[in-house]
Design a protein around this ligand. Structure first.
Ligand code: HPA
Length: 274
């Protein structure tokens, strides 16, 4: 479906009715196995996606479907506990819808996280990767269709989607915490099937370090709306064909959960400085 600006405003106003005068500054989008971080929000207010006009529900395993508003690391935060994916049957525009609504609530910073397959053979499962840039060769764009100038321009610059200043902060904080933090390019695949070994070899040639089925639709929307972005992947498995094993969804969730402690410490340290 094609949303109009009015649809975004209606969703924003429905949320405002629930959160009163709380104004989020930072949005945190939590990927597979990482939703626990929203439980750390102080004095939380929960708003289920199903109660917000225009919001679709998250059907993916390991994802709830609600916004959690609260104080987190000294900031007014909103967590998307559960995110949407195109493989659930949603368009890129539908997947990006919540992010643009939250922009209208005032948040101008995003922390986006995901579990990703590791394409770079020098790196290891369980490590974290700072997203320096992304590749989206498949699917349309959340910005396809009439432009909504209230968000941003028709032809949006994407030279610095993953904000350099935030990457510097994350690098410094990881070093202080003694956490291995890789930095690389995330390539979007629409899924839901995992990639073939040949697709992974192609991704590597194109410059990808990690692959996954999320993040990019929302971050195109966030970047268009002028949000500053910190993106972190948990390298939950070696991508298809790197090792002589089959990929399983449970392994992805288990690996993300195993990285949870590092992940949580790093995110907290970064949000404090954003
Ligand atoms: N491919 C795509 N998406 C993923 C993977 C993968 O190997 N691991 C976690 N999400």
């Amino acid at each position: 479906m094609q949303y109009t600006y009015d649809d975004y405003i209606k969703a924003r106003d429905a949320i405002r009715d629930r959160i009163g005068d709380f104004r989020p500054e930072v949005l945190l989008i939590l990927g597979s196995g990482l939703g626990f971080l929203a439980d750390e929000a102080e004095t939380p207010i929960y708003v289920p996606y199903g109660e917000i006009p225009g919001f679709k529900s998250s059907t993916a395993p390991g994802h709830n479907g609600r916004l959690v508003f609260g104080r987190f690391c000294g900031k007014n935060a909103v967590f998307m506990q559960g995110r949407l994916h195109c493989y659930e049957g949603y368009s890129m525009e539908e997947v990006a819808f919540p992010v643009r609504v939250i922009r209208l609530l005032g948040a101008d910073r995003v922390v986006v996280t995901n579990a990703a397959g590791c394409v770079n053979t020098e790196w290891h499962t369980g490590e974290l990767m700072l997203i320096s840039d992304h590749i989206r060769l498949f699917g349309f764009s959340p910005l396809t269709g009439p432009n909504i100038p209230e968000f941003g321009p028709r032809f949006n610059d994407q030279s610095d989607v993953y904000t350099a200043e935030y990457r510097k902060i994350a690098g410094e904080e990881a070093e202080k915490l003694g956490i291995v933090l890789r930095e690389g390019v995330y390539m979007y695949f629409p899924g839901p099937q995992y990639e073939t070994p040949a697709e992974i070899r192609a991704a590597r040639v194109l410059g990808a370090d990690a692959v996954g089925m999320s993040t990019v639709p929302e971050m195109i929307g966030a970047s268009h709306a002028g949000m500053k972005i910190l993106g972190i992947s948990v390298l939950s498995n070696m991508a298809a064909g790197v090792l002589p094993v089959k990929l399983s969804e449970q392994d992805v969730i288990d690996a993300a959960e195993a990285a949870a402690e590092h992940f949580s410490k790093l995110i907290r340290a970064c949000v404090g400085r954003m």
